[in-house]
Design a protein around this ligand. Structure first.
Ligand code: PLP
Length: 404
């Protein structure tokens, strides 16, 4: 008889978002006249920009003509997109990345879940706490995690790097040896971003210890401060120890269109084997390429009009972030993030737990956010608000919270 992958049995249910949905559903059923504003979602709300839409239309027309029709895309990505990515995201920032180190994909979530496949099952992973859950769950599925402890909300055999107010949510280096280190900057959920010095110590650590950093830069477009690196490859030595993941979701609004890429440098070698060739082999076997029309839309993001439009999207959300941060600060909240990121991470008032504060906001301000504890034990006592809503809703939500 077939046996299932028992590792899946260790996964915890997606308690966080299902509980939020249940609580909000119950509250709105009991209070149908109340307007609930959701600042909990990590999804964008602005539509795709004109350059992207016209690239989509043009490429759809190409698909309708036998002279320009395209079938399977090259599995590592079309040259036109790899070229645009390489020139704009790396060479323009002084990073020496080559086109054949760029692997086009359908997003940073699949890449961050899949990348662990090229590493040995006995590698120990280190994640920050709080954390974007995909890094942990994909390794649980693969069998790299031990038992789950309900009282701590942690798996044995995974190294948790604690982010706290004291370290400004920039965790210390691991005290026990870590092989694969997941870093996300600007960070989801804390909204904090590492500066060059902070990121530099991770590159040093990985270089000295033979570890590999998986650097998730999905929120790179939101960086506003000069000393925050947009790419880990701005740090010397990173090409020998890091893989970077990028997304078109949060900068260009491709959450529904799906496009991203991974950078696996050829200098990244472990056990005498190039990780670039391993990832190419994996991609070629399991992935048949992002759709042509979506890659053309991605190319349009790098046109001069496209860049202006994307800037406009990011500015729109960051105006919300500013409004949230200013409003809540003046109401006496302790806040993190919101400067290089669309996320605002606030300390709950009056020693409320994350869930107590969730209920408090839902019932008294009719505003929905995300309890920090859902991202890990260190998130207890914190709460995430996002700036992906409309200006109108964001303002109304903040005004309601401030007048509580
Ligand atoms: N990485 C992080 C840290 C995220 O927060 C998200 C989405 O919320 C993603 C990746 C997903 O990116 P994509 O839409 O490209 O799969």
């Amino acid at each position: 008889m077939v046996r299932i992958n028992e590792n899946y049995q260790k996964l915890q249910g997606s308690y966080l978002f299902s509980t939020i949905a249940k609580k909000v559903g119950e509250y709105s059923a009991a209070n149908p006249d109340k307007k609930i504003i959701r600042l909990g979602i990590g999804d964008v709300t602005r539509p795709l920009t004109p350059s992207v839409i016209s690239a989509l239309h043009a490429s759809v027309d190409e698909m309708a003509d036998e002279k320009t029709f395209r079938g399977y895309a090259p599995d590592l990505g079309y040259d036109f997109l790899r070229h645009a990515v390489c020139e704009n995201d790396f060479k323009a920032r002084g990073c020496d990345i080559a086109e054949d180190e760029i692997f086009i994909s359908d997003g940073a979530k699949p890449d961050s879940g899949n990348i662990q496949e090229i590493f040995d099952i006995n590698c120990r992973i280190a994640v920050c706490d709080p954390v974007y859950p995909v890094y942990v769950d994909s390794n649980v599925m693969a069998g790299r995690a031990g038992d789950y402890d309900k009282s701590t909300g942690r798996y044995s055999n995974i190294i948790y790097l604690e982010g706290t107010a004291e370290n400004n949510f920039s965790p210390d280096l691991p005290k026990e040896p870590a092989d694969i280190i997941y870093l996300c900057s600007p960070n989801n959920p804390t909204g904090m971003a590492m500066n060059k010095t902070e990121l530099g110590r991770w590159v040093d650590y990985a270089g000295k210890n033979g570890a590999v950093i998986i650097f998730d830069a999905a929120y790179e477009a939101y960086i506003s401060e000069d000393d925050v690196p947009h790419s880990i490859f701005e740090i010397e030595g990173a090409k020998e120890c890091a893989i970077e993941l990028r997304s078109f979701s949060k900068n260009a609004g491709f959450t529904g269109l799906r496009l991203g890429y991974a950078v696996v440098p050829k200098d990244l070698v472990r056990g005498g084997v190039s990780l670039n060739s391993l990832w190419a082999r994996r991609h070629a076997t399991k992935y048949n390429g992002a759709p042509y029309i979506v890659q053309r839309a991605g190319e349009a993001v790098y046109s001069s009009e496209g860049k202006k439009e994307i800037r406009g999207l990011v500015d729109y959300y960051m105006e919300n972030a500013k409004y949230i941060a200013q409003g809540l600060k003046s109401a006496g909240y302790t806040l993190f993030g919101g400067v290089n990121s669309p996320y605002i991470w606030l300390a709950t008032p009056d020693n409320m737990t994350s869930w107590e504060f969730f209920d408090h906001l839902l019932e008294n301000a009719n505003v929905v956010g995300t309890p920090g504890v859902g991202f890990g034990a260190c998130g207890e006592g914190y709460f995430r608000l996002t700036s992906f809503g409309t200006h109108e809703n964001t303002r109304e939500a903040v005004d309601r919270i401030c007048s509580l």
